[in-house]
Design a protein around this ligand. Structure first.
Ligand SMILES: NC(=O)c1ccc[n+]([C@@H]2O[C@H](COP(=O)([O-])OP(=O)(O)OC[C@H]3O[C@@H](n4cnc5c(N)ncnc54)[C@H](OP(=O)(O)O)[C@@H]3O)[C@@H](O)[C@H]2O)c1
Length: 420
């Protein structure tokens, strides 16, 4: 039975924590720690009203401050730390875990809050030149902890959300059970949900808007090919959702899969967007509202994208009003027993069913469930070994079983329509 410290109490954390409570054979105590203590206390009250046997404790924490996290870990002595705050905090939380020799789990790879920081910028510019993609986030910062985690005998499991997370497990599962050789992977993320607002993001607006307004890229024959934002568009008829326009984006699992499965000749990632979302985003970008660089307004410094976040609906509040389904999965081509083979593994998740079960929309749900599953596999010792890993580096079978058990059942289609 494990004691878990969860850092962050937003949309994803709320699902992950409630799912840990459903898995009370693994988790006996959860310490919920975040910047806004009242959110942690509200969630504790909600869980305690359900007669959940898991002990819940709450605390305030500034996860940008390593010493603050170390104090928390020293006080509560958790077996593992699940970071579902923001990617900005990944390194401080990893440093604290290292100091206290506690396992670390997250759902998104590191990116800096201040992309104008000259120290970060120097490393970034070098990486852009060497690797050929310009996204602000990449795995190099966290992979650099490999030796330190090995020496400390602790595990870091990176990116156990849906994408990355489940999509990477789908690749490991396809390779283990269906292919001798995978040639191409297309990761398709479709959100067919409608929340009724003219514009809102389904998870943290700052992280979401940074991701979709950046250049796209994909990996071909081990090299990055970069595109302009939204340059490559395809239409796909998604099972249980229907026809949607989708656009090629840079996405973090491409980097890890490219490293761990060098045989794969091409890895692409597509996400669906409606025209209204794209028009709003372009307009906000054109007027400077997506900028992370502070500007002076009436004698105060404000960061435009953070101000925009204040104006937009809280993603955690979209649950009651979002209807429709998500469909996220991977389409593979390759060879089995010398013959050509294609395969599609996907999950369909219904926004309203998620809301009825946990009070959340499907984007938080599809991230929070795998966050719990990855954490459970680490604390149970099934996915535990010293070092820094992504989810495609372990046996996929126990993870796939838990997806079925905890609300994200998957489908295997051996005759899918391919993406041109
Ligand atoms: N892999 C995937 O499929 C996937 C998909 C979606 C999201 N994600 C990732 O999941 C994570 C959470 O997303 P979300 O939508 O739940 O975001 P969110 O709703 O904005 O929640 C973030 C939480 O972190 C807390 N926080 C932020 N800065 C903090 C700090 N310095 N110290 C302590 N707590 C801090 C926030 O506190 P306040 O309440 O005070 O704001 C909030 O509770 C993000 O890293 C996101 O990139 C991954």
């Amino acid at each position: 039975m494990a004691r878990l410290l969860v850092i962050g109490c937003g949309g994803v954390a709320q699902v992950a924590i409630q799912k840990c409570c459903q898995n009370h054979k693994t988790f006996e105590e959860i310490i919920i720690a975040s910047r806004t203590l009242s959110k942690c206390d509200d969630l504790k009250a909600k869980i305690e009203a359900t007669d959940c046997p898991v002990k819940i404790t709450t605390a305030g924490v500034n996860a940008d401050d390593k010493e603050d996290i170390v104090k928390l870990i020293t006080k509560f002595k958790p077996d593992a730390v699940l970071n579902v705050a923001l990617p900005y905090q990944d390194l401080t939380i990893m440093d604290a875990c290292l100091e206290c020799k506690v396992d670390y789990i997250d759902t998104a790879n590191y990116e800096p809050e201040d992309t104008d920081d000259p120290k970060w910028r120097e490393v970034y510019e070098k990486r852009c030149q060497e690797k050929g993609f310009t996204a602000y986030f990449d795995y190099s910062w966290q992979w650099a902890y490999e030796e330190k985690f090995k020496e400390a005998g602790i595990t870091a499991l990176l990116g156990t959300g849906f994408d990355p997370g489940v999509t990477s497990v789908f690749v490991a599962y396809a390779k283990k059970h269906y292919f001798d050789q995978i040639d191409t992977v297309d990761i398709l993320d479709c959100n067919g949900g409608d929340h009724g607002y003219p514009f809102a993001t389904n998870f943290n607006p700052e992280i979401n808007l940074r991701e979709v307004s950046a250049n796209g890229s994909y990996m071909e024959n081990g090299k990055w090919v970069e595109t302009k934002p939204m340059e490559i568009k395809r239409e796909y008829d998604f099972p249980k959702v229907g026809k949607k326009d989708m656009y090629l984006l840079h996405h973090e699992e491409i980097e890890a899969l490219g490293r761990n499965f060098p045989e794969i000749k091409r890895i692409r990632f597509f996400m669906t967007f409606g025209q209204s979302y794209l028009t709003h985003m372009k307009c906000l970008e054109n007027v400077g509202m997506l900028s992370t660089v502070p500007v002076e307004h009436d004698g105060h410094l404000i960061v435009p994208i953070q101000f925009l976040k204040t104006l937009l609906p809280d993603p955690a509040s979209l649950g009651p009003r979002t209807v429709g389904k998500t469909n996220i999965g991977c389409i593979f081509t390759g060879k089995k027993d010398g013959k050509d083979k294609t395969l599609y593994i996907y999950n369909v998740c219904d926004h309203q069913e998620c809301y009825r079960e946990l009070g959340s929309q499907a984007i938080s749900y599809t991230t929070g469930v795998p966050a719990m599953i990855g954490t459970a596999l680490v604390v149970e010792g099934i996915w535990k070994k010293p070092g820094v890993f992504t989810t495609d580096e372990f046996d996929p079978d126990p993870y796939m079983d838990m997806l079925n058990k905890y609300g994200l059942p998957w489908v295997v289609d051996e005759n899918p329509v391919l993406v041109p």
